[in-house]
Write a new protein. Sequence first.
Length: 285
Amino acid sequence: MNAAPDTPAGIAASPLPARIDELWARRGELTPRDARARAVVVAAVDQIDAGHARVARPDPRTGEIVVDERAKRAILLAFRLLPMVASQVGDFRYHDRVPLTSHLDGVRAVAGSIVRWGAYVAPGAVLMPSFVNIGAYVDSGTMVDTWATVGSGAQIGKNVHLSGGVGIGGVLEPPGAVPVVIEDDAFIGSRCMVVGGARVRRGAVLGAGAILTKTTHVIDTETGEELPLGEVPAWSVCVGGFRNRKFPGGEFGMACVLVLKRLPEGSDHDKAALNDILRDHGVNA
């Protein structure tokens, strides 16, 4: 069935009920007293929490990211419909509308790791003391290392390593906004920031401290070629860099990402070999 002309494709393909769209249309009238509306929204976010629905996913045919607007709407409606509630886990006390998830079967979750309800973490993932926000999806074999954060709606693939202090940005608004996507087998170095709909393709390595946004220039250092903005290419070793740009007030360095080397597809991320690549280019490991 084709979607109506004014219906986003992500809603047409959503596994969540159309009732969410009806509630969204009159969201300004809703309050935590609307028990029936709250039940519909809670059931929808439960589906996201269990991994049966996702804020976004790569289309296996085209590779493009398909956003499920209905899933995003359900989460935003939850903020409006859920009351503030006091809760406690051990000595830690919370006061929030969104509880912690109860779906961590098969996940190694070290003390200090926090996963909010509405985020899905697959069996086989490892969470060091870290934070995974509502709407995020973390697939199997992935490690979210110490003090790393996975923002709302961010999509993290299989066998990814988010190193210590990595910041993966979140996005639930505006409508149609694509979240950060980190594809399978990627390695994100310590203190990297990947935000604003940026994408790290499969098997890529992003060196420590790099900043990647949707509008970051990505440059192949061997050819000087400008690659698609905000995308780290698959099976590549990349670092943060600067390029000079002239402004009325002078010439200044603008942050960019530099592609240092292309890796054979399916390469293991041998730490010693990666360190050698970085050192060969005068970059600290």
